[in-house]
Design a protein around this ligand. Structure first.
Ligand SMILES: Nc1ncnc2c1ncn2[C@@H]1O[C@H](COP(=O)(O)OP(=O)(O)OP(=O)(O)O)[C@@H](O)[C@H]1O
Length: 205
């Protein structure tokens, strides 16, 4: 589902990725671990198409969506609206001014999938951090992504909320998605991921 090979990336002459490979199959949950600055976020951003690699290739069968530690939701909008925005990429402009009924229904199903259908009309700012992260995952589902790239999805959450998000990511993999999560907690990686990929220490100049 996701095949990254020979990825190279430098910033200002500093090599961050030097031939990074990662294959993730449908149904697989891979944890990406490694020291600060070893290029985990850069690798994920390249895989998501948010960063252009200097070399190597990224192949996604389907589409990928990213989930971040700092949750990018519009706090004054409802959970439902935020999830609907995942569909914007496939809506013609005239249908995106007000989300059409079919999109709203799909968004409710996505919220239901993350256990938050009952909070659909709540403003995101009023939800807890863990709930907001699950809304962000629901938005990725509404993007119809089949590859989830999560960059430290639980680092800002309390342990209980972190477990809920980890369990959700495992379930999504079990349903056939390919999931990659950058984690800073090896114990969570060992407990939940099918496979752990360790990034090497940052490459010296
Ligand atoms: N847009 C950028 N411009 C310049 N340098 C960057 C940019 N993005 C990342 N870097 C540098 O690349 C290196 C790798 O960063 P990256 O965020 O990928 O590492 P990471 O393994 O995710 O680190 P952390 O665990 O601290 O989040 C760092 O030294 C960082 O400063």
């Amino acid at each position: 589902m996701l095949a990254v090979s020979g990825l190279r990336k430098s910033f200002g002459g500093r090599t961050v990725l030097d031939g990074f490979d990662l294959r993730v199959e449908a149904g697989e949950f891979v944890a990406l671990l490694g020291p600060n600055g070893s290029g985990k976020s850069t690798a994920l951003r390249c895989a998501a198409g948010l960063e252009t690699p200097d070399g190597g290739s990224v192949e996604v069968r389907g589409s990928a969506a990213m989930v971040f530690q700092k949750i990018h939701l519009v706090g004054r909008r409802t959970a439902l609206d935020n999830v609907c925005s995942g569909a914007l990429g496939r809506l013609p402009l005239h249908r995106s001014l007000f989300y059409p009924q079919d999109v709203r229904e799909e968004a409710v199903r996505c919220l239901d999938r993350v256990g938050l259908a009952d909070r659909a009309l709540e403003r995101c700012a009023r939800l807890s951090g863990g709930q907001q992260q699950r809304v962000a995952i629901a938005r990725a589902l509404c993007q119809r992504a089949n590859v989830i790239l999560a960059d430290e999805p639980v680092s800002a959450l309390d342990p209980q909320a972190a477990v809920q998000v980890m369990e959700l990511l495992v379930d999504l993999a079990a349903e056939g998605m390919a999931v990659v999560a950058v984690l800073h907690q090896p114990e969570l990686a060992q407990r939940y991921a099918h496979r752990i990929v360790e990034m090497r220490t940052a490459v010296a100049v």
